[in-house]
Write a protein that binds this ligand. Structure first.
Ligand code: C2E
Ligand code: CA
Ligand code: CA
Length: 274
């Protein structure tokens, strides 16, 4: 037996309506991608993480935290995920700088196995993007489940030449043996640890241990959610390889980062003339 009050009822209705609208979001051109820089400790840019945005005609901007789970619920995530991947690779292939583009995969996409591998392969072929420039972010949830199946999916993806990053590391079920067995390239320390790094000795110890563990396994380690100079200094001191966060650059339409992806456009004598 379940009890519904008015609030639950309204929320359910709202969710159903949003789910309905989401089905048409791609065709109506309401989805777009924003790009957030991934930087080294000297602040040089390695590449960008791609984050989806939905501009709802009535509700305005709906956060991915809200619409990605909705897309996962109804299986819409497959077509939407394919669009996001294609759009991100197509964009990155136009850059003159060979920067990395990092795309989030839903655990449901990872569970697809061979179909996901086919999607990534055909997207790389169609867009002409060098596979070494594509990074795929998978959360710990995406790595849970059938171990041998996940291992072979990851191995096949890697054989295409792309890199695999574990997203939100430390928040889920982080089995260390999985880290050892899976063919991974990078760990992204969840921003909840970065947030407390200068205040809470536990957060700081956890971040330090993840960095040490990652390096021992030969992985690149990135810290998410860097918002202050103090956090950046601590992480740099702890030999964290890469960082990401509002301090280093907000998620923005790619035009905002044009000087980074096409620096020659600025040097050209015609720059500013058009
Ligand atoms: P995520 O993959 O952990 O992405 C990072 C989130 O942290 C983004 O939120 C970003 O805007 C936010 N962020 C970045 N720097 C900072 C910072 O310094 N401080 C704070 N407080 N937040 C920061 P966003 O864009 O709302 O995305 C939320 C989540 O939605 C993502 O978390 C990811 O799990 C999911 N998501 C976004 N785009 C996609 C997508 O294209 N496909 C899939 N499957 N999931 C996506
Ligand atoms: Ca991510
Ligand atoms: Ca993350």
């Amino acid at each position: 037996m379940r009890f519904f009050d008015r609030q639950t009822d309204r929320e359910l209705r709202e969710k159903r309506a949003l789910h309905h609208d989401l089905r048409f979001a791609v065709e109506r051109d309401e989805l777009r991608l924003v790009y957030q820089p991934l930087v080294r400790s000297d602040r040089s840019v390695v590449g960008f993480e791609v984050l989806a945005r939905w501009r709802h005609p009535v509700q305005g901007e709906v956060s991915p935290g809200k619409f990605i789970p909705l897309a996962e619920d109804g299986g819409l995530i497959f077509s939407m995920g394919a669009w996001i991947l294609r759009e991100a690779c197509r964009e990155a292939a136009t850059w003159s700088e060979p920067l990395v583009v990092s795309v989030n995969l839903s655990p449901i996409q990872v569970k697809q196995g061979a179909e996901l591998v086919d999607l990534v392969r055909s997207t790389l072929q169609q867009t002409g993007l060098d596979p070494r420039r594509l990074e795929l972010e998978i959360t710990e949830t995406g790595l849970a489940g059938d171990r041998s199946r996940t291992t072979s999916t990851l191995a096949e993806l890697k054989s295409l030449g792309v890199r695999i990053a574990v997203d939100d590391f430390g928040t889920g079920y982080s089995s260390l043996s999985r880290l050892k067995d899976f063919p991974l390239d990078k760990i992204k320390i969840d921003r909840s640890f970065t947030a407390g790094i200068h205040l809470n000795p536990h957060s700081s110890s956890i971040a330090q241990s993840i960095i040490t563990l990652g390096h021992a396994l030969g992985l690149t380690v990135l810290a998410e959610g860097v918002e202050t100079e103090q956090q950046l200094a601590i992480l740099t001191n702890e030999s964290c390889d890469q960082m990401q966060g509002y301090l280093l650059g907000r998620p923005m339409p790619i035009e905002h980062y044009a000087p980074l992806v096409r620096p020659e456009a600025l040097d050209s004598p015609l720059a500013g003339a058009v």
